[in-house]
Design a protein around this ligand. Structure first.
Ligand code: AVJ
Length: 312
């Protein structure tokens, strides 16, 4: 059964214009596999660009942060943190790593692998949800909190500020936040990254409906919808939507709702915000953060922004 808070937020999403299903439902097991596949697509430059930056600049990033401890928020498959760990070990007598992750099994596996490969690093695992349990990481000094990838881009302005503030509440003046940011660029390049020629992103997007069905007992038929992704130049974000291709009615038992779709009706499934150094600065200012350093690739496609608490 659905808990009341989840049901309420699903209902509110569906009642908005256009109706919305949160992008977190993209990442069931199948969706996570599809996203992994996306990261290797020729059009999807983000992951390989970020890894390239880490490969070239890890030592500079650790030096700029004056970092003793890494705190990875939402530890992924662990490909990326290793570059920073290697740099930390080169610079530091007592290197530490905290992994903060919602999935306990995943956390234990990642932590064990890192302990085996980096015996000199003190590794700590913390189980929690980024949006509600941030205080579990506790306080420290010279910590670098890290959110890799374009994950932060999923929070359009106004959403995700609570999460940022709860993170800032754990940060001291010598701590930093390293935030992955996809850079605003030629819309053709951006749109190609979300409309790949192999159709993997389309399958990933449509899979939202399977996740939604599993969660709510709804009967969405993915055959009645098609993938759509476009760059909104005013807001500087990519939106993914699902567009009805045939008239259809969906019942949602857990929400006690019936949804009617005409051809052309759309559901929003994801925002992916794009930034410049300046626009990211404006975005995080309300949470009390400022951009202290900016590590971008030579083609200015992707950046790792180093943020600190603002002192002014
Ligand atoms: C995982 C949020 C970084 O926004 O680019 C990939 C998700 N969506 N293709 C992104 C995604 C469509 C991705 N993030």
């Amino acid at each position: 059964m659905l808990d009341a808070a989840t049901a309420e937020s699903l209902r509110a999403g569906l009642a908005s214009t256009p109706p919305e299903i949160s992008s977190k439902y993209l990442y069931d097991d199948h969706g996570s596999e599809l996203f992994e596949k996306i990261t290797y697509l020729p059009e999807y430059y983000q992951t390989r660009t970020e890894i390239g930056i880490l490969g070239e600049r890890a030592d500079d990033i650790i030096a700029a942060g004056r970092t003793h401890e890494l705190v990875e928020l939402g530890s992924g498959a662990g490909r990326k943190i290793r570059f920073l760990l290697e740099a930390l070990v080169r610079k530091n007598a007592n290197p530490k790593l905290t992994l903060f992750e919602i999935n306990e099994l995943f956390l234990t596996q990642s932590a064990d692998k890192i302990r085996a490969d980096f015996p000199q690093v003190e590794v700590r695992g913390v189980v929690g949800d980024l949006t509600t349990d941030m205080e579990r990481v506790g306080r420290g000094d010279g910590r670098m909190f890290i959110i890799f990838g374009g994950t932060f881009g999923n929070f359009p302005p106004g959403k995700g500020d609570g999460f940022l503030k709860s993170l800032v509440a754990q940060m001291g003046e010598n701590d930093t936040l390293l935030l992955g940011a996809d850079i605003v660029k030629d819309p053709a390049i951006l749109e190609a990254a979300y409309n790949d020629s192999q159709g993997v992103t389309a399958e990933f997007n449509l899979n939202t409906l399977n996740g939604f069905n599993a969660l709510t007992g709804a009967n969405f038929d993915t055959g009645n919808f098609e993938h759509r992704a476009f760059f909104d130049t005013d807001h500087e974000w990519i939106e993914m939507r699902l567009r009805a291709t045939a008239p259809n009615t969906v019942t949602v038992p857990a929400l006690d709702m019936t949804l009617d779709f005409k051809p052309g009706d759309e559901i929003r499934t994801e925002y992916s915000c794009k930034y410049t150094r300046e626009s990211l600065g404006r975005r995080v200012a309300a949470a009390g953060l400022g951009v202290d350093d900016w590590f971008a690739d030579a083609d200015n496609r992707f950046a790792l922004a180093l943020l600190r608490l603002r002192t002014d």
